[in-house]
Write a protein that binds this ligand. Structure first.
Ligand code: URA
Length: 185
């Protein structure tokens, strides 16, 4: 993809038919937020509510995500929120490698255009692809990894926290670290 502006990238993404996930989608979930965000969150892929609305993290997991942002004093409007794949995998299964690799061109351009200083990977799927294939959330969450000009952290996916609330305190600590690092920018 050639460098363009975010609106043009979004238009291109909205008409994408490069993988089979396009067949079942109601909406492409491109991502949203501050186009100049210093802090970007990257999830896995749209769930049902996201597919129906076209917006990232607006279902049950999204409500928990919003609460965590609020708890550490971050505003949803000041960050940018996107996903590894922009179309919902059937029954919320993990995206397949080929789907992720097909879709990652859009994320790459989003990152180039937004130019965030911090990227937080929500869950294993984005952390393994963006931080390192051996990333384990329980082991590596909350650790900063610098790659080029960007500082990365992986933390628990809010859906995982809904299934396993005992990890919420660890996730909260990660969000405090994120807020602290963000505050230094
Ligand atoms: N889970 C994700 O990974 N992304 C969303 O946008 C919603 C739920």
């Amino acid at each position: 993809l050639r460098i363009m502006d975010l609106d043009e990238l979004k238009r291109r993404c909205l008409e994408c038919r490069d993988c089979e996930l396009c067949g079942n989608r109601h909406h492409v979930v491109f991502g949203e937020g501050n186009p100049n965000a210093k802090l970007m969150f990257i999830g896995e892929g749209p769930g049902e509510t996201e597919d129906l609305t076209g917006r990232p993290f607006v279902g049950k997991a999204g409500q928990l995500f919003d609460k965590m942002l609020l708890a550490v004093g971050l505003k949803r409007e000041e960050v940018y929120i996107a996903n590894m794949v922009k179309c919902r995998p059937p029954k919320n299964r993990d995206p397949e490698t080929q789907e992720t690799e097909t879709c990652i061109k859009y994320l790459r351009e989003q990152v180039k255009l937004i130019d965030p200083k911090i990227i937080v990977c929500l869950g294993r799927i984005s952390a393994c692809r963006l931080i390192g294939a051996d990333f384990r959330v329980t082991k590596h969450h909350g650790q900063w990894v610098d790659k080029g000009k960007i500082r990365f952290m992986g933390t628990y996916h809010p859906s995982a926290l809904l299934r396993n609330p005992s990890n919420k305190p660890d996730a909260f600590e990660d969000f405090l670290k994120i807020k602290d690092e963000y505050g230094k920018l």
